[in-house]
Ligand binder design. Structure first.
Ligand code: FES
Length: 107
């Protein structure tokens, strides 16, 4: 029912549902069932989103506030292209390990 309402309505109602979702999170949201290509620069710090609420999907935008989740902050050791996990189920965060291929549509 809640999921149906989120699909059908926008604006204030969707914002309210988003807040409710935040405060009952016991596991991360699946931002997407595929990885995101990210270009890393050596020596630069990055914050990988662990809650799945970031609009970016891969990198933190502060949406975790109030959820109990915190971003995974790391420094890139080299200039490289990585495929960052957006399903938040990887065993090799922040990188995709292929786990997304085993997720059901309801995960
Ligand atoms: S996107 Fe999460 S394991 Fe691939």
């Amino acid at each position: 029912m809640l999921r149906h309402a989120q699909v059908c309505y926008t604006g204030g109602l969707e914002f309210t549902f988003t807040l409710l979702e935040k405060f009952k999170m016991d596991k991360p949201k699946v931002a997407a069932c595929f990885p995101k290509q990210v270009e890393l620069e050596a020596g630069k710090n990055y914050a990988y989103c662990t809650c799945g609420l970031s609009a970016d999907g891969a990198l933190c935008d502060g949406s975790h506030k109030g959820t109990g989740f915190t971003p995974n902050v790391f420094k890139a050791e080299a200039d490289e292209t990585v495929w960052m996990c957006q399903c938040k189920q990887t065993g090799n965060a922040p990188k995709c390990d292929g786990t997304h291929k085993s997720l059901d549509a309801d995960d």
